[in-house]
Design a protein around this ligand. Structure first.
Ligand code: ADP
Ligand code: MG
Length: 377
């Protein structure tokens, strides 16, 4: 059994994974209500909350599993808020020492990357490795409050970052847009609700970046154009047209996500974007800087996945499912409970990445890594 702990931001979470069965228990304490009053996460308050809640959550987990059954303790070691990550690491190391069980560090973003496959594992754990292999290489889109990334997952379960955002993340763009529109934090779900009855073509927000042929994302210009639009409108008019504003703004954010995903899927696995760094062995890539990606050397992706908080948006789900259908690849989406901060995906990544080098085995020497990127341990 793998016991997992997550405390990278504003959720304290514990989960237990039996690789032969699936996740047997998940416990979360959310701090959203606490931070809402401040309009965002206050790191000091968040770490105190983790200190207060790991004990009770672990008591609940330990009512379902005996310490002797735990063979590994997995903990998020980054990215996240330093003081919050430290709470998880200190707790995990203490348990590891007391129980003489190895402690491994999990990259929160990599765990998101694997989250669309948790349900596949749960349906038939013993067939997972064979079924998973049929879905690789995989293209993943991770969209959360802090990250927007397209990445590939190859046959060896290695992750390569294909593109990220040059400025704001998609969730951040929705949250900042929502704030400009007078909605409370986090804005993404509220924008979705209001957008449902609005007209997505009522306002024309810029789509230049979405239409470019690179995979990189950029959302800050969009937010600025919303601000300019709102400055031109009287308060009553904004109030009156809020649903149209939400629908049009959300559509512009999603246009980029949909277009770039489509582009990456069409390009295939092995296709390069212009900003891919040199390979780790230092060899220079002769194709770097070339405007034309090497389509001829690519192979088709065999699945497309969506993860992160913004994955909860039904309009986005529908649009991306359509793209996958057009290209004829299976579309997998993380279940709602595995889209935000949760320990279930941490436990799953500790198991799914056990042989692909994606797990940090530093044990008691494990350090927090507040700015850990997706494609590193
Ligand atoms: P992070 O951990 O990087 O802050 P999360 O994965 O916890 O991000 O996701 C939070 C983000 O997801 C927020 O930006 C929030 O607005 C967005 N989000 C959550 N639900 C929805 C939704 N239904 N539609 C759009 N955005 C959403
Ligand atoms: Mg979060």
């Amino acid at each position: 059994m793998i016991l997992a702990l997550e405390s990278s931001c504003d959720e304290t979470a514990v989960a237990v994974l039996d690789p032969a069965v699936g996740l047997t228990g998940e416990w979360v304490h959310s701090q959203i209500a606490l931070h809402e009053a401040y309009g965002g996460v206050v790191p000091d308050l968040a770490s105190r909350e983790h200190l207060a809640h790991f004990g009770p959550l672990l008591q609940r987990a330990l009512a379902t599993v005996r310490p002797e059954q735990v063979t590994k303790i997995a903990v998020t070691n980054g990215p996240g808020l330093a003081a919050c990550l430290a709470m998880g690491l200190a707790t995990a190391k203490s348990l590891g020492l007391a129980w003489r069980v190895p402690v491994v560090g999990i990259n929160h973003l990599r765990a998101h990357a694997f989250s669309p496959f948790i349900a596949l594992h749960a349906t038939n754990p013993s067939a997972f490795d064979a079924e998973f292999a049929k879905l690789l290489p995989h293209l993943g889109l991770l969209v959360s409050g802090g990250n927007t990334a397209l990445f590939s997952l190859d046959e060896s379960r290695r992750i390569t970052l294909l593109a990220s955002t040059m400025d704001d993340a998609a969730g951040e763009a929705l949250d900042k847009g929502a704030k400009l529109l007078g909605l409370s934090y986090p804005g993404g779900p509220q924008v979705e609700k209001l957008a449902a009855t609005g007209n997505p073509t009522a306002f024309a927000f810029p789509k230049a970046v979405a239409q470019r042929s690179t995979l990189e994302f950029s959302f800050s210009g969009l937010k600025t154009s919303l601000r300019y639009q709102l400055e031109k409108m009287a308060p009553e008019e904004i109030e009156h047209r809020r649903t149209d504003l939400c629908a049009s703004y959300q559509a512009a954010v999603f246009e980029a996500l949909v277009r770039k995903s489509q582009l990456a899927l069409e390009r295939g696995f092995g296709g390069r974007d212009l900003r891919i760094p040199p390979s780790s062995d230092g060899a220079t890539d002769a194709r770097r800087g070339s405007e034309t990606p090497p389509y001829s050397e690519t192979v088709p992706y065999r699945s497309f996945g969506l993860s992160g908080g913004v994955a909860n948006n039904q309009t986005l789900q529908t649009k991306l499912a359509q793209v996958a259908k057009q290209i004829d690849v299976p579309f997998l989406r993380a279940q709602t409970k595995h889209t935000g901060d949760n320990a279930g995906m941490i436990a799953f990544a500790a198991w799914a990445e056990r042989e692909s080098g994606g797990v940090n085995e530093s044990g008691l020497a494990l350090e927090i890594a507040p700015s850990l990127p997706l494609a590193q341990l």
